[in-house]
Design a protein around this ligand. Structure first.
Ligand SMILES: [Zn+2]
Length: 575
């Protein structure tokens, strides 16, 4: 083979393949209609890096307003309805005969026969929060039926429609853009910076064990780094902050592909096509977790840790890590593309350092060495930990420290490794109490302190003098009790106030530690429909037309996760 042909082949393999050839799976195009009547403008893309997850659908903008008609994208049947104060808020799932399920979330309200069905279920279950599956014949929809109005319910940060497509059988979540949804986007992804991260014992970049950050500068010919000498000793990887913008839209969206090339050879390839339902937390390994948790920055790491088994990485060489022989020099290039194929490239040269600048201090490993492929069982005097295999991403030297009991606690503080390192799923922690009176046992929670000081409280159960609960972070843990009743505060109501039907009574409800478990409304002793929005902690009671004129009693019963119950009573008048 002549040299010329070799170069042509290399270019084809290195560049053409990542863009086109891997888009192999045949998803039906044009089968599904737009779920809205609005042109598709996105405030969130599929596979985007979010805290603890990959974004699993498209966030379709609704002109900063609620109330747009949401259509069934094809014939099918409603297979699931979920109403929650958190997460997806009001959501409907429709199964289609071609094997895909469409999901519509953060809805303001359901419409038509679906609305009637859900309403009846609220009264039947006597609950606002429901999660129900439906059989194929129960609620049939036609393509173009209005199933709901768009909204901002659940964990939504502004009015939009969260729209997903899943494989009905496997629940694998698929990029809806693969089904032919057109999104106007001629803007190529924007690089902010590249960081070179020393990885492994003694690794250095420019004589330092710290990350080397290099800002990207945009010019007519593409992206450049400020020219400088960069040399590496040992192993390192590349990470980058890059985002995509769409036409006429200021949102920083996720990219579709990220490719790292060394001398034209693909070292790492991220591609947001589809992932399995239970893979979403691998996002914590794909991104720089600490930057996300502390600065809300989405930094893509070109590193595949051994415990990261996500299917969004079609090609990775040496886990994405690089090393350069002393004195050698290599050309690195990083390419980011959006779904429409707009690409940004950034390239730079690096040299292998000829010597290590500083001596490694002879520090001994401070913890027990753990690899992700094995379960972990740790038993200390006052702590027991049990974790399944594949629950963290890379080998670690587990750090453990016990410190004295803080005020208002009932155990020592147990520091389990560091909250800077993400954990994949739940594991069990049991902590021995100190000085907890028997009477307070039922009110115990396990408090966890995460990155940046955020506090969570988990309920659990007693095993002798140990209180056991499920957690899914590393960090500081201790026992505390919650004996404080949940709070109920009227927002727009005073006892005896007169209303017309159709008006809404609003209350703010909350809990100090263990968190809300349930909330119920009774008017004249009978359960009544209400709504609860988790992000504003607002409980709303729409006054039904069926309410007779005259005086009525209202009971709000709010329970926290350890069973403390507030019974708030008031009364009102219907005009
Ligand atoms: Zn979304």
């Amino acid at each position: 083979m002549s040299k010329g042909r070799y170069i042509v082949l290399l270019l084809w393999v290195g560049l053409a393949l990542p863009y086109a050839a891997l888009k192999a799976q045949n998803y039906p195009k044009g089968y599904f209609r737009n779920p809205l009547d609005l042109p598709i403008k996105l405030s969130g893309t599929f596979g985007e890096l979010r805290t603890n997850h990959f974004h699993s659908g498209l966030d379709i903008r609704t002109e900063s307003k609620e109330g747009y008609k949401v259509y069934a994208i094809a014939d099918g049947h409603v297979s699931r309805v979920k109403v929650s104060a958190y997460g997806y808020g009001l959501a409907v799932y429709i199964d289609h005969p071609n094997g895909y399920t469409s999901v519509y979330a953060h809805l303001q309200q359901f419409q038509g026969q679906l609305a009637d069905w859900v309403r009846a279920k609220h009264y039947e279950k006597e609950a606002f929060e429901i999660d129900l599956s439906l059989k194929p014949g129960e609620l049939v929809v036609k393509k173009g039926d209005v199933v709901a109005l768009s909204g901002n319910t659940g964990g939504s940060g502004g009015p939009h429609l969260h729209f997903e497509l899943r494989n009905t059988k496997t629940e694998a979540i698929i990029n809806p853009q693969l089904f032919g949804y057109e999104v106007p986007d001629q803007v190529a992804p924007l690089f902010s910076f590249v960081e070179l991260v020393p990885h492994g014992k003694g690794a250095q970049i420019n004589g330092s064990g710290n990350n080397k950050k290099m800002w990207a500068q945009k010019s007519k010919s593409g992206y450049q780094l400020v020219p400088q000498r960069i040399d590496a000793w040992g192993s390192f990887y590349v990470q980058t902050r890059v985002a995509d913008k769409h036409d006429g839209n200021g949102f920083n969206n996720g990219i579709y592909q990220l490719i790292l090339l060394a001398e034209g050879d693909t070292v790492y390839h991220f591609k947001a096509d589809a992932f399995e339902f239970n893979e979403t937390r691998y996002a914590n390994s794909v991104m720089d977790y600490e930057s996300r948790m502390l600065q809300r920055e989405s930094i893509y790491r070109c590193l595949k840790e051994p415990g990261n088994r996500v299917s969004l990485l079609p090609r990775v060489k040496n886990d994405g890590t690089l090393s350069i022989a002393p004195g050698d020099s290599i050309q690195l290039e990083i390419i980011a593309t959006d779904f429409n194929g707009n690409a940004s490239r950034l390239s730079w040269k690096m040299r292998g350092a000829t010597e290590r600048t500083f001596e490694l201090s002879a520090t001994v490993p401070t913890g027990e060495r753990l690899t992700p492929d094995k379960p972990v069982n740790l038993i200390k005097d006052e702590l027991r930990l049990s974790m399944p295999a594949w629950n963290f991403y890379d080998t670690l030297d587990l750090q453990y420290k016990r410190s004295i009991r803080p005020a208002l606690s009932y155990s020592a503080v147990h520091s389990i490794h560091t909250p800077k390192v993400p954990v994949h799923g739940f594991y069990q922690v049991a902590i021995k109490h100190t000085g907890l009176p028997d009477s307070l046992r039922p009110f115990t929670v396990l408090v966890g302190i995460g990155l940046g000081g955020s506090r969570t409280a988990a309920t659990g159960s007693w095993k002798g003098d140990f209180f056991e609960a499920r957690v899914r972070t590393f960090g500081d843990f201790y026992l505390a009790v919650d004996t404080v009743l949940p709070s109920v505060v009227a927002v727009n109501h005073k006892p005896g106030k007169a209303y017309r039907t159709g008006q809404k009574l609003n209350f703010r409800i909350g809990d100090n530690l263990s968190g809300l478990d349930s909330y119920d409304i009774f008017i004249d002793g009978k359960w009544e429909y209400h709504e609860f929005d988790g992000k504003t902690a607002t409980l709303s009671i729409p006054l039904q037309k069926s309410l007779a004129s005259g005086n009525h009693t209202l009971d709000i019963v709010v329970k926290d996760a350890v069973g403390n119950t507030r019974n708030f009573q008031t009364n009102f008048k219907i005009l």
